[in-house]
Ligand binder design. Structure first.
Ligand code: F1P
Length: 346
């Protein structure tokens, strides 16, 4: 997945690897606001992008479901930049959202996987993810590639705006460059994920919890389980659990928690304790070497340490694998789930 990004991460060159987007540098750097429009998995990537761009480049970001945005009367003008994200580049809702934003004068950038696709043709400029063809219907590697492009964009804007110190910028780029090797290490945990999947393959429901940039990862984990194994799953911000979903927790309920080290780590530990107090089963994604959550959790999957902004790139993979193994064990067709189309063109 990441081969296409090797050699692009040159801080001196800034926008290298971002295709035509570099020609819109001034627009992006001076944007009042960035609005991202997308559907499904691509919408979750956009949510991660919101954290990245706001935290690193300090530009306000809104993330909209294209399927809703297209029917609204949004307040949007020529000082706004709209980023449309789509694996297929053919999603009808995203195309309609682009049409609406264009009619209001906004600049439209695209992040697509399929070269020459409809969305890439109607945007002002864009960056291809070059993740290769998605064999299955459910997006997987497209997600990590989209998040990688968004990370590069956030870093490039941050560099131009001067919102990050040079040493922080270099440290982040170094961590990004180390991601491919760390992805390999996560994939080596496949057998552990398979064992956990065997325990929960007959679950009726599952809850996914995360905070900060791992909240969209929780949403994406839940979506993958729904899409390919037909188990009802919900992703929630961990702090929202007490406002409703906590009522669902009993000894039958697997709760998948993104519990890696970072600013909200201690808060996530409290959420895990709340679930345990109600006899829920915890499957935790933890940072390698963490002892505290390891002891609290019923199952844990370790991922390598990395900068907090890059955690979604690693943490999503065990969740994708979990859905894959559960689906295979339930006899589901993981490549062609029922009722789903690769590109939703209506
Ligand atoms: C959006 C999407 C996918 C999902 C399924 C249906 O597609 O919702 O995320 O996995 O294939 O379409 P796209 O706009 O990213 O191609």
């Amino acid at each position: 997945i990441y081969d296409c990004f090797r050699g692009r991460l040159n801080v001196e060159e800034g926008w290298v690897g971002l295709g035509g987007i570099k020609d819109y540098e001034r627009k992006l750097v001076n944007a009042n606001r960035i609005i991202m429009v997308a559907c499904g998995t691509s919408w979750h990537a956009a949510q991660v992008g919101e954290y990245l761009i706001e935290d690193l480049a300090r530009i306000p970001v809104e993330v909209e479901y294209a399927s809703e945005f297209r029917y609204r009367n949004p307040i949007i003008n020529e000082n706004d930049v709209v980023i449309a994200i789509s694996q297929s580049g053919e999603t009808a809702d995203t195309l309609a959202a682009i049409g609406l934003a264009k009619s209001k004068g906004a600049t439209i950038l695209g992040i697509c996987n399929v070269v020459g696709s409809s969305i890439s043709r109607v945007t002002d400029a864009g960056s291809y993810t070059h993740a290769g063809p998605e064999i299955g219907v459910a997006s997987t590697k497209a997600f990590t590639a989209q998040v990688t492009v968004l990370t590069l964009m956030a870093l490039s804007i941050a560099r131009k705006k001067g919102t990050l110190g040079e040493s922080r910028l270099r440290a982040l780029l170094g961590d990004l460059e180390a991601i491919p090797a760390k992805v390999e290490k996560v994939l080596e945990k496949s057998n552990i994920v398979e064992e956990v999947a065997a325990v929960y393959k007959n679950a009726a429901n599952a809850l996914y919890l995360g905070r900060g940039n791992c909240f969209p990862v929780a949403l994406e984990g839940a979506l993958k389980l729904k899409e390919i194994s037909y188990i009802h799953a919900e992703g929630y911000p961990a702090a929202e659990m007490k406002h409703g979903p906590i009522a669902l927790i009993d000894e039958e309920m697997p709760v998948i928690v993104l519990a890696t080290k970072g600013t909200s780590y201690e808060k996530v530990v409290s959420n895990i304790q709340e679930v345990k107090a109600r006899k829920g089963k915890i499957i935790a994604i933890i940072t390698e070497g963490d002892v505290q959550v390891k002891e609290l959790a019923d199952h844990y999957i370790e991922i390598p340490d990395t900068d907090e902004n890059l955690v979604p790139l690693l943490a999503t993979i065990p969740l994708q694998l979990f859905s894959y193994y559960v689906a295979v064990m339930r006899g589901c067709n993981v490549d062609q789930p029922r009722n789903l189309a690769k590109s939703v063109t209506v």
